[in-house]
Design a protein around this ligand. Structure first.
Ligand SMILES: C[S@@+](CC[C@H](N)C(=O)[O-])C[C@H]1O[C@@H](n2cnc3c(N)ncnc32)[C@H](O)[C@@H]1O
Length: 242
């Protein structure tokens, strides 16, 4: 267990729920989110039932339903789930934590989680739960801000932003944690997953001004392949053995 402030996270996302999509579903935000989603989508099965942990307003649930199978979402924020229910009328969307998933063993063909893992108070507990609810042969794929030289200053920036009352949907001091490849592989293995793969993605940051964002977008594939030290989201996938 770590010092993540879950009640604060829940209250914050309740507060920002109705403007979250202005940040992640328009302009730079939509490019960024689509880019991360593609990385996750490419390792997931193209049919079946998916659970999205920390589904937020349902951006990935909607995408998976359009391109692959059916999807269910879970999120601790009532406000975010309310928005997700507006977006994905056909999906089951429940309020709850990824550390105690309210579904039976072996219920899902796939699990995804985007931009939520760093908020888990008990990340190993979440992975153990994910393993439990996945069917044998099922796939999990997570994308989260990773531990890097570039991201080690992020908590301090968020603390300063909070003190200065910066009105931003993710800028708050929640005591969140970032992990590197070794941390993630160790936790995935301890949960029982095999075939674990990690890669770094994204370089064009949502908050960059236009010319820099466009330049970074062009360089993104090169950075991801050749200069992963500049990419700051870690994507990890694994399989539950048959
Ligand atoms: C940055 S948002 C990402 C939302 C969505 N995955 C997306 O890609 O747009 C982080 C989300 O994680 C949710 N969250 C944080 N801790 C959680 C937990 N322990 N269990 C479930 N959801 C959680 C928050 O409420 C919030 O909706």
């Amino acid at each position: 267990m770590n010092g993540v402030q879950q009640e604060k996270i829940q209250r914050h996302y309740d507060d920002v729920a109705d403007r979250y999509d202005h940040h992640y579903d328009r302009s730079h935000g939509r490019c960024y989110h689509t880019h991360l989603s593609r990385h996750i989508m490419e390792v997931l099965p193209k049919t079946g039932l998916l659970l999205d942990i920390g589904c937020g307003t349902g951006l990935f649930v909607e995408r998976y339903m359009m391109e692959c199978g059916t999807a269910v979402g879970i999120d601790i924020s009532r406000g975010m789930i309310r928005q997700a229910r507006r977006r994905c009328k056909e999906s089951e969307l429940v309020i709850g934590t990824g550390e105690a998933i309210p579904f039976s063993d072996a219920s899902f063909d796939a699990i995804a989680s985007l931009l939520a893992f760093s908020y888990m108070r008990d990340p190993q507990g979440m992975l153990n739960e994910a393993f439990r609810v996945l069917k044998p042969g099922g796939t999990i794929a997570i994308c989260t801000l990773g531990k890097k030289l570039l991201t080690c200053g992020v908590p301090a920036i968020y603390q300063i932003g909070e003190r200065m009352r910066v009105n931003h949907v993710v800028v708050r001091d929640f005591g969140e944690h970032y992990y590197d490849e070794a941390d993630m592989s160790t936790m995935f293995s301890a949960a029982g997953f095999t075939g674990i793969q990690t890669k770094w993605c994204s370089f064009a940051h949502i908050d960059l001004i236009d010319p820099l964002f466009n330049l970074a977008r062009k360089m993104e594939p090169f950075v991801e392949r050749r200069l992963p030290q500049l990419a700051y989201n870690i994507c990890v996938n694994g399989t539950k053995p048959e």
